[in-house]
Design a protein around this ligand. Structure first.
Ligand code: AMP
Ligand code: GLY
Length: 410
């Protein structure tokens, strides 16, 4: 079977690493891929992806990032009779529009924070003044993970409304805002395979969004993750109600549905939906899969998940992300990376590339998040020891990583 993966970050490296282990795969392509992915797949950059898939008789295309899904890549593949793992454009709106997603959840009784949806700043300000702070202001559209402001004061919330709706700092993504109650609790990322008719929930993971130890500093794309979580997480009701709602709306959701949850005293509530695998959560969830990922993707795309048995390794996984100095602000590229070979030789360590590039000077940094170092072990502390053993062998100028990944684990 020929498989194509779309994307080129740490999430896609973990997916390609796992897909390469499948007994069904005879050839793997990835676009654009990265130097780590290139160990397992042929990296290509065709201009027309459906044409490439058709010409190369690709049996399965797996999409990593949200942008192509929200733009309708699944619909394009479907129109050509090509099998793709990932939701169509209508289904991807659960991530692509926070206004759509919030309206959907409120309508179908999916537990979430109460909210107002506004397309003019005056009404948005009035809602903030009426409800007071803390309060959360969200740009409706895709904003690369930056469109959410957890405002501690009314003034901060009003500033967010001005930035998003009037200054349009996130462009058209700010034409509407969702303003919601600030939830308190532990966060959990729960992903499920959804095939339009049924779902299979994956093991939960926790992400670390802030750049600094002790959850300080600005939000990032994710500084690390671990799985399992130290607290029980039951997302069955959330996925059951969500799938029923999708069916009632006539939306055929096939792919991964990611629920970002707040574990509140009143039970888990959805903070956000994503229409894809999480990053870096995938770097800890994929190594725990005790099944063939190709088979899971086929069952999801073909609507036969109910017959698929999904088992998980008991082992724990911890991923520590190494970033360029300065990230998530401006940062240099092109720093030479040393020690990868040594780290790669460690038992129970997998190094996933996120932002790297092969040059004549060797492997260099080429992004904010550079590498994700995943350790596996019998429990979280053993996995954590492995991950940091890997991190300690890797060097590049300005390298930053958090020292407290999974330290919250209880
Ligand atoms: P999102 O991009 O929707 O995942 O939001 C980014 C982060 O903002 C989340 O991981 C939470 O830490 C925080 N957040 C979003 N919505 C809320 C909320 N209603 N209450 C508290 N924190 C929130
Ligand atoms: N780790 C959060 C996300 O993938 O959106």
């Amino acid at each position: 079977m020929k498989v194509l993966v779309i994307g080129g970050g740490g999430r896609e490296h973990a997916l390609v690493w796992k897909l390469a282990q499948s007994r069904h795969v005879t050839k793997l392509f990835c676009t654009p891929g990265n130097p780590g992915i290139a160990h397992h797949a042929e990296c290509v950059t065709p201009a027309d992806l459906p044409a490439f898939a058709a010409a190369n008789q690709i049996d399965l295309t797996v999409v990593g990032p949200e942008v192509p899904l929200c733009a309708g890549i699944a619909d394009q593949f479907q129109a050509k009779g090509l099998r793709l793992f990932g939701p169509n454009k209508a289904a991807a709106r659960l991530e692509g529009s926070k206004a759509f997603s919030k309206t959907f959840m409120l309508k179908h009784g999916v537990p979430t924070a109460p909210a107002g949806i506004f397309n003019n700043p005056a009404d948005a300000r009035a809602y903030v003044r009426k409800n007071g702070a803390p309060i959360v202001v969200k740009a409706d559209g895709l904003a690369a993970g930056k469109g959410v402001i957890v405002a501690k004061t009314v003034a901060e919330a009003e500033q967010a409304i001005a930035d998003i709706m009037e200054k349009r700092v996130f462009g058209e993504a700010g034409a509407q805002v969702v303003i919601e109650e600030c939830l308190v609790g532990e966060e959990a990322s729960v992903m499920a395979f959804v095939d339009g008719r049924s779902f299979k929930i994956m093991v939960p993971a926790q992400d670390h969004k802030r750049v600094g130890d002790g959850d300080t500093g600005p939000n990032t794309g994710g500084m690390g993750a671990y799985s399992p979580m130290g607290v029980p997480v039951d997302a069955t009701e959330i996925f059951t109600k969500t799938l029923a709602g999708l069916q009632a709306e006539g939306i055929d959701y096939r792919g991964v549905l990611y629920a970002g949850l707040m574990l509140t005293p009143a039970g888990p509530k959805v903070i956000e939906f994503n229409c894809r695998f999480g990053d870096p959560e995938t770097q800890v969830v994929v190594p725990r899969m005790d099944f063939d990922l190709v088979e899971a993707c086929l069952a999801t795309a073909d609507g036969t998940l109910d017959k698929f048995t999904m088992t998980w390794k008991k082992e724990a996984a911890v991923c520590v992300v190494m970033t360029a100095g300065g990230y998530p602000g401006s940062y240099p590229r092109g720093q030479v990376i040393a020690g990868l070979k040594e780290a790669g030789k460690l038992a129970n360590v997998a190094v996933f590339h996120a932002g790297t590039k092969q040059t004549t000077a060797g492997l260099v940094t080429d992004g904010g998040r550079v590498l994700g170092v995943t350790g596996l072990g019998a429990n979280i502390s053993a996995a954590l020891e492995r991950a940091y053993a890997g991190v300690k062998l890797i060097q590049f100028d300005g390298a930053h990583y958090r020292r407290d990944i999974a330290a919250r684990y209880k």
